[in-house]
Design a protein around this ligand. Structure first.
Ligand SMILES: Nc1ncnc2c1ncn2[C@@H]1O[C@H](COP(=O)(O)OP(=O)(O)OP(=O)(O)O)[C@@H](O)[C@H]1O
Length: 277
């Protein structure tokens, strides 16, 4: 079922199932029903319905070009900045339609933060990279509070120990892995509920990757995390739930172990056994 966005007459219907099965036992943090994403006339995501469980890591896997990143970006309206991109269907955060015209997109992106493939610190100090978000969102009244948020965020991102003596030096002077943890600290600093990660380790070496993976595991205690990854090993290591996409369709979603050991669909089986991808 496809609904047009922002149609006030539209009654949203919530089928209870995705491909005949509930995907989350309790309340979903994020729920998509019949979501479609188009770039001009090309449809990149087709009728995707899935639930993202709170305080879990969900990974999106699938062959190149299957729409993982497109769907991830639909979850915090990052696609809005692409002129030709259009989203239809229903995507909710804690039950609220994120594409409703009343939604403040800046606030939405604070609640649903994003970490990109390439670490992208601002050309500013380590401190300023983390302080920027809380400042523009008006989260702090005093310098002390800002200091506290910056320190806590760096600590949670597993970076404080390595940078506490050089907070005024440029963020761009850190190693790639440190820069990515700085970007995670920057995302955390505005107290998001969900963190979207688009191949966060693809530019990192194995040691830096292992640190980010450990961090993802620690962070799920406080946040809901969705990660796009090309690495099935990474999906198996970090996520509790996995969704497999193929040509814009969600083929199968389930607990990670089942997806990797006993998938239902031939396509999933083919992908995880390396027959295509
Ligand atoms: N800005 C854009 N404009 C037009 N088409 C796009 C744009 N971004 C992505 N696409 C197309 O949408 C489809 C899905 O792309 P997307 O990047 O979401 O896939 P992906 O599964 O994340 O791929 P990869 O694993 O290679 O990153 C592809 O056909 C891609 O060419």
């Amino acid at each position: 079922m496809t609904h047009l966005r922002n149609d006030p007459e539209q009654q949203h219907e919530y089928p209870e199932t995705t491909a005949g099965k509930p995907t989350v036992d309790g309340d979903a943090k994020v729920a998509a029903r019949g979501a479609n994403v188009f770039y001009g006339a090309k449809q990149a995501i087709k009728e995707v319905s899935l639930d993202i469980a709170p305080n879990e890591v969900t990974s999106f896997i699938g062959p190149s070009g299957c729409g993982k990143s497109t769907f991830l970006r639909a979850l915090n309206r990052m696609n809005d900045i692409i002129d030709i991109c259009r989203v239809t269907g229903d995507i909710r955060l804690d039950g609220e339609d994120i594409y409703d015209r009343k939604v403040d997109v800046v606030q939405l992106r604070a609640r649903v933060g994003m970490v990109f493939q390439k670490p992208n610190p601002f050309p500013k100090s380590i401190f300023e990279n983390v302080a920027y978000g809380p400042r523009i969102h008006g989260l702090v009244a005093h310098k002390d509070e800002l200091d506290e948020i910056v320190h806590t965020s760096l600590e949670r991102a597993g970076l404080l120990g390595e940078v506490k003596d050089r907070l005024e030096t440029p963020g761009t002077g850190l190693s790639g892995g440190q820069q990515q943890r700085l970007c995670i600290a920057r995302a955390i600093a505005v107290s998001p509920e969900v963190i979207l990660m688009d191949e966060p380790c693809s530019a990192l070496d194995p040691i830096a990757t292992a640190k980010i993976e450990e961090l993802i595991d620690e962070l799920r205690g406080n946040y809901t995390i969705v990660i796009v990854t090309h690495s099935m090993q990474q999906a198996a290591r970090v996520s509790q739930r996995t969704a497999f996409f193929h040509l814009g369709n969600l083929v199968e979603m389930g607990d990670t172990e089942t997806i990797f050991t006993n998938p239902e669909h031939k396509l999933t089986q083919g992908y995880i056994t390396g027959r295509f991808g």
